[in-house]
Design a protein around this ligand. Structure first.
Ligand SMILES: Cc1cc2nc3c(=O)[nH]c(=O)nc-3n(C[C@H](O)[C@H](O)[C@H](O)COP(=O)(O)O)c2cc1C
Length: 342
């Protein structure tokens, strides 16, 4: 693509790995004048290829694919194994026969990059780090725009130096994982509006704002401040187009959940979730090891989701979760950007 796209509606549906992002959501966003992302994280490369094909078959030309940049920090194996041990009684209660030990996993990085070079898409975004130079060159070589998620001004500068064409500035109110570049980084705390202002003063590429945005006023505020768009995840979780699992869907509007909380308990990386019994019990014990902790807790989270047990499942949600309602993606876009109706 030549140049960052000018969207009719400056609303982006965030990539949401683990089910919520679907080809249907991506196509609905494009039809509404915004932009959607497929989430390649956790997906086998063949499934990603199918999703890209489905978006194209639906006639959607403008969309993005989001990749997890592999973590290079060594894991603290004794701490991970101790955490696994602490989780075994819960696993047994959920009917599981043990829990896995950690194993090497780079989320199929090379195969996913190869796919996106062979079958180019308009935009590729990255979280958890920056792509290596060769990957930047290969993807630019097939005319793909590259976007990095940043959680600090230093990251923003480094991303632009590495050749990123745009940035997603993610504030600490974001649902799901924080896109920090090192698992052991402290949880970011600078409010989105402050981070956005700092980054806009430093870089010349388009900057999209994300994290805790939930209303038309929120979107208006970040766009007025200079953002090229607002990227929202939580706001789209209850759309029929999203693949949010039923247990998670029910929890999002259940009055029993209080404020959201940032925790490493589910994956080893900082992530914001509705607060539940799992976090209350295990947050203090969880080591900063990704994807090791994600692997260890995976069977518990899957069993809890299947059993309708929202207390032992990650329930990613941003600080604006109280505004989330069941509505189609087009309706959510129209609420967030009232001019979209025109
Ligand atoms: C369920 C869920 C899954 C997410 N998965 C990803 C992902 O795969 N890649 C990514 O870059 N960000 C991911 N995020 C973070 C979003 O990109 C975005 O920063 C966040 O949703 C913005 O905050 P909000 O949820 O308050 O709108 C996820 C967020 C949620 C809620």
């Amino acid at each position: 693509m030549s140049g960052f796209p000018t969207l009719r509606v400056p609303i982006l549906a965030a990539p949401m790995a683990g089910g919520p992002s679907t080809p249907a959501l991506v196509s609905a966003m494009a039809e509404a004048g915004g932009l959607g992302f497929l989430a390649a994280g956790y997906l086998p490369v063949a499934a990603l290829a199918e999703q890209v094909a489905a978006v194209r078959t639906a006639g959607t030309d403008l969309f993005g694919v989001n990749l997890f940049v592999p973590d290079t920090e060594p894991i603290d194996l004794p701490a991970v194994l101790a955490y696994r041990e602490a989780l075994l009684p819960l696993a047994a209660e959920l009917g599981l026969d043990g829990l896995p030990e950690p194993y090497p996993d780079d989320d199929g990085w090379a195969a996913k990059v190869d796919l996106l070079v062979d079958q180019p898409v308009p935009i590729v975004s990255f979280t958890f780090g920056l792509p290596d130079r060769t990957t930047v060159e290969r993807l630019h070589g097939v005319d793909t725009l590259l976007v990095a998620t940043v959680t600090s001004t230093a990251d923003a500068r480094a991303a632009v130096e590495a050749g990123m064409d745009g940035l997603v500035v993610q504030g600490p109110g974001a649902g799901g994982h924080q896109g920090t570049w090192h698992t052991s980084d402290p949880a970011p705390s600078l409010p989105l509006d402050d981070l956005l202002a700092q980054v806009l003063a430093e870089v010349d590429v388009p900057v999209v704002a994300a994290g805790g945005l939930a209303t038309a006023d929120d979107v208006h505020r970040v766009v007025s401040a200079g953002a090229a768009g607002a990227q929202l995840g939580t706001a789209f979780l209850l759309t029929p187009e999203a693949g949010t699992n039923p247990t998670y869907r029910a929890a999002l509007t259940h009055p029993g959940f209080g404020p959201t909380r940032m925790t490493r308990a589910f994956s080893g990386r900082w992530a914001r979730s509705l607060d539940n019994a799992f976090i209350a019990t295990y947050d203090a014990l969880a080591p900063a090891s990704y994807p090791a902790i994600n692997q260890v807790t995976g069977p518990i989270r899957r069993a809890a989701a299947a059993a309708g047990d929202a207390q032992h499942l990650h329930l990613w949600a941003g600080t604006g979760v109280e505004h989330v309602r069941e509505a189609s993606a087009a309706e959510v876009v129209a609420q967030l950007w009232p001019d979209a109706r025109e």
